[in-house]
Design a protein around this ligand. Structure first.
Ligand code: GDP
Length: 370
């Protein structure tokens, strides 16, 4: 029997026996997908989406249109003077949405003030720090004693809004994406596409894609589809890849177009419909985020971005242990032994703090349950 007090795995759900289970020829592991399905539906899903880009590009409008909720009820808009000195702050809005019994906890991380100040050098820094902090918190929780109820706040995707008024990327866009591309899945968005003609959209998309490549920016890569997928699916997948950056239109109002009430923008010369794929890539973006690639975005976050962070952390911890060992050896052997050279690390002090905290945590726990 396991020693007293040891965690014995998750609380098990009663297994519902399928009729086919009675069949002798059938062991029953074909029900594994159903078991996983039932469990994950019960647990619910979560997704954290970050929106970044200059203010006024329609980020909040788009988020509201994407999830059909008003996520920004209590938003305070600053005037020009206040924005001059404003630093980038990070705000979080969480909503629980449910659809056909499936629950999704959606967190939107916004970065108001980005690109607003007179001097915007390094204004991506607080965004990068925020993402690192979420990784750090997860790393602490994961290596702590209570791993059962970890609150996962890692950012799974960052929609980066590019202005439709510039000629391609601006220096700030390049700087931001380069600083963050190894921390988060960046999906570039061409904002307010209704301000451009279809030809302009096409040209601008081409230019942006070219610049992304030229500057070595690694945006989120859609996974290649399997060779045994049907042709329709392959074509859809290719179209999705060719749509980058998604040209979107957002609107918080419902207008009447051809007798139907739709989300759109009403102009003296006509109506642009948000959900009309002839008008913009909104539906493509929403399908990608919600229907087809949400799990992949989470997987890449866990397997690539978080793993990088974690490997870096462990490396510096190991370096520190070696350093400590060498220091002890040196004092014991009165300096005869030459220590192994240690590459200095910028995160050493932080790692030291982390280890110290971990040790203290253990001591407290041991005192509680000797
Ligand atoms: P944020 O600061 O990036 O969150 O931008 P907001 O969502 O507050 O939008 C700023 C302004 O742009 C508002 O007046 C919106 O009505 C308008 N807006 C939002 N989306 C669009 C769009 O797709 N096209 C156009 N033309 N205007 C938009």
């Amino acid at each position: 029997a396991p020693p007293h007090g040891r965690w014995q795995g998750p609380v098990r759900q009663p297994v519902r026996r399928e009729a086919a289970d009675q069949d002798k020829e059938y062991v029953g592991f074909a029900t594994l997908p159903n078991q996983v399905h039932r469990k994950s539906v019960k647990k619910g899903f979560d997704f954290t989406l970050m929106v970044a880009g200059e203010s006024g590009l329609g980020k909040s409008t788009l988020v509201n249109s994407l999830f059909l909720t008003d996520l920004y009820k209590d938003r305070k808009l600053l005037n020009a003077e206040e924005r001059i000195t404003q630093t980038v702050e990070i705000t979080k809005h969480t909503v629980d949405i449910e659809e056909k019994g499936v629950k999704l906890k959606l967190t939107i991380v916004d970065t108001p003030g980005f690109g607003d100040a007179v001097n915007n050098t390094e204004c991506w820094k607080s965004v990068a720090d925020y993402i690192d902090q979420q990784f750090e918190q997860y790393f602490r929780d994961e290596s702590g004693l209570n791993r059962k109820n970890i609150q996962d706040n890692r950012v799974h995707c960052c929609l980066y809004f590019i202005s439709p008024f510039g000629h391609g990327l601006r220096p700030l866009d390049v700087e931001f994406m380069k600083a963050l591309h190894e921390k988060v899945n960046i999906v570039p968005i061409l904002a307010k596409a209704d301000t451009l003609t279809p030809i302009e959209v096409k040209k601008k998309k081409f230019k942006i894609r070219e610049e992304i490549q030229q500057y070595g920016i690694k945006i989120y890569q859609f996974p290649d589809c399997d060779s045994d997928e049907d042709e329709d699916f392959k074509q859809q997948d290719q179209e999705l890849k060719d749509s980058i950056p998604f040209a979107v239109i957002g609107s918080n109002t419902v207008v009447e177009a051809k007798g139907k009430r739709v989300r759109g923008r009403l102009y003296p010369w006509g109506i642009v419909e948000v959900e009309n794929s002839a008008h913009c890539d909104f539906v493509k973006l929403r399908n990608m985020l919600v229907r087809t690639h949400m799990q992949d975005l989470k997987d890449v976050t866990r397997e690539t971005h978080y793993e990088n962070y974690r490997a870096h952390c462990i490396q510096s911890m190991t370096r520190m242990v070696v350093k400590e060992r060498n220091r002890n050896k040196l004092t014991r052997e009165s300096g005869t032994d030459f220590p192994i050279p240690v590459i200095p690390s910028t995160t050493d002090t932080e790692t030291e703090k982390l280890i110290r905290e971990k040790d203290e945590e253990k001591i407290v726990q041991i005192k509680k349950n000797p």
